[in-house]
Design a protein around this ligand. Structure first.
Ligand code: 5GP
Length: 114
């Protein structure tokens, strides 16, 4: 069996990081290297899905739960507007292969994607 992911090790307390919110099947932490005034990660508790494509195919309800938690967090930590990013594959910047959503918010008006 492979090693648990960094995010599983955070969830189980092996690596210290505050769990800022939780639903039945997902949890949220602050990104250690924030790229926006608000930069949170929403992560399914299971690590069986490596990326959002696998998650959407395998458990669309869980993907919906992740989006719902992101929405609640954006309302709590910013003005409710947010950008949701799922880096998918190493060439797109994915470094942790336990699917997670980046929730970016606060002062993004000037930021462009390109
Ligand atoms: P990815 O590059 O896979 O889309 O996103 C991984 C994210 O996890 C990065 O933005 C990185 O800063 C964040 N990260 C990596 N290690 C840790 C950690 O130990 N604690 C927290 N809170 N975030 C981490």
């Amino acid at each position: 069996m492979s090693e648990p992911s960094i995010f599983t090790r955070i969830r189980t307390g092996e690596i210290p990081s505050e769990i800022i919110a939780e639903t039945e099947n997902a949890f949220a932490i602050r990104d250690i290297a924030p790229k926006a005034p608000v930069h949170l990660l929403v992560i399914p508790k299971t690590e069986q899905y490596r990326n959002v494509v696998e998650l959407a195919a395998g458990d669309p309800d869980l993907l919906s739960e992740v989006v719902g938690l992101a929405n609640s967090l954006a309302a709590e930590h910013a003005d409710g507007d947010f950008r949701l990013v799922f880096n998918t594959g190493p060439n797109a910047g994915q470094t942790i292969f336990h699917v997670h959503a980046h929730v970016l918010a606060g002062g993004l008006e000037e930021a462009s994607l390109g």
